[in-house]
Design a protein around this ligand. Structure first.
Ligand SMILES: Nc1ncnc2c1ncn2[C@@H]1O[C@H](COP(=O)(O)OP(=O)(O)OP(=O)(O)O)[C@@H](O)[C@H]1O
Ligand SMILES: [Mg+2]
Length: 306
């Protein structure tokens, strides 16, 4: 059994203006996992991260990191954490390498040029190391922030919207990087609005809405339990779905030559096979079949009720 590296008990947070951002959050994060926090705008994700990092006051409850309380032992817990914040805040005229080195020193770590070189190379920033921040693109700045967060070799990395505004290629590179960090033993907590990002890299998913955790579950179990898949079948002629007597969860394209079936992904469920057999029996020819794999996205939309 892996131990919990972060424990959150009955955490609530109300901002000064009365906004209730978090309400009775209970969550344990396992050492070495990647957990994705999903939720619509304003759900409370950034507030939750800020509470764990000890950079916002909490109204009630307890949060501990590696057994240390985030308020009483702030210095200890903060040193274990690397934070990539949602908003980019960098000094425009500083050099990339200095930003990263300086951040390491801020945490009281001795210089380690090898480590700095390693992370800059990993983030494909080595050839930009002497550039000033103003000379970088948005995606490069995001990577500098990640390098900065990794400068003091944290055990835990928070990534608040790491790939917002990042192009597709770079997003794939970031996913690879995140997986590598996990392989090195880093625990990763990320928020994202790209459901496929969570589907691709997370071990567990926690869905937050309106300041409350709606569910936390192992990703594959969640998808197995609640995921619906859609299969689209194009036929050689118009079809009237009434011929199936409501036996399947079907819908029809406007031109009536395609049907779509929603089905669950359970192994023993042979709905798909039954549907194809029926289509053949009705003497239709199948021209094309495609499946839609947006299973986690559907679960998310069901849970947050949008
Ligand atoms: N400093 C603040 N003062 C008052 N209210 C705040 C403050 N920061 C955030 N809030 C409010 O707290 C709630 C949660 O905000 P938070 O930034 O945690 O959401 P989020 O899930 O990170 O959203 P997004 O996906 O847009 O980043 C929102 O209603 C927000 O308006
Ligand atoms: Mg946020």
């Amino acid at each position: 059994m892996k131990r919990n590296i972060i424990q959150i008990e009955r955490l609530s947070k109300t901002y000064k203006d009365g906004t209730v951002a978090l309400e009775n959050i209970n969550l344990n994060i396992t050492d070495g996992e990647i957990i994705a926090l999903l939720g619509p705008n304003g759900a409370g994700k950034t507030t939750l991260i800020s509470a764990i990092c000890g950079i916002t006051n909490i109204s009630s409850g307890n949060v501990s990191v590696a057994g240390y309380d985030v308020i009483d032992d702030y210095k200890k817990t903060r040193a274990l954490i690397g934070l990539v914040p949602q908003e980019i805040a960098l000094q425009p005229f500083e050099k990339v390498i200095d930003v990263v080195k300086y951040s390491r020193n801020l945490f009281g770590c001795a210089n380690n040029d090898m480590h700095i070189e390693k992370i800059l190379k990993r983030l494909l920033l080595w050839d930009k190391k002497d550039k000033r921040i103003v000379e970088l693109s948005g995606g490069m700045k995001r990577r500098v922030i990640i390098a900065k967060a990794l400068s003091h070799e944290p055990k835990i990395l928070f990534l608040d919207e790491p790939t917002a505004g990042v192009d597709v290629d770079l997003r794939f590179d970031m996913w690879e990087l995140i997986k590598k960090l996990r392989a090195d033993g880093t625990t990763i907590i990320l928020t994202t609005h790209y459901i496929e990002e969570a589907e691709e890299i997370a071990d567990r998913i926690s869905i937050i809405d309106n300041g409350k955790i709606q569910l936390t579950e192992n990703k594959s179990e969640l998808i197995k339990r609640l995921g619906k898949k859609v299969i689209n079948i194009k036929l050689d002629q118009e079809i009237d779905i009434k011929v199936f007597n409501g036996d399947f969860d079907l819908s029809q394209s406007p031109d009536k030559t395609s049907i779509s079936m929603r089905y669950t992904d359970a192994k023993k469920d042979n709905t798909l096979d039954k549907l194809l057999t029926r289509i053949k029996k009705e003497k239709y020819k199948i021209l094309h079949i495609e499946t839609d794999e947006k299973s986690l996205e559907e679960i998310f939309l069901d849970v947050v009720g949008k």
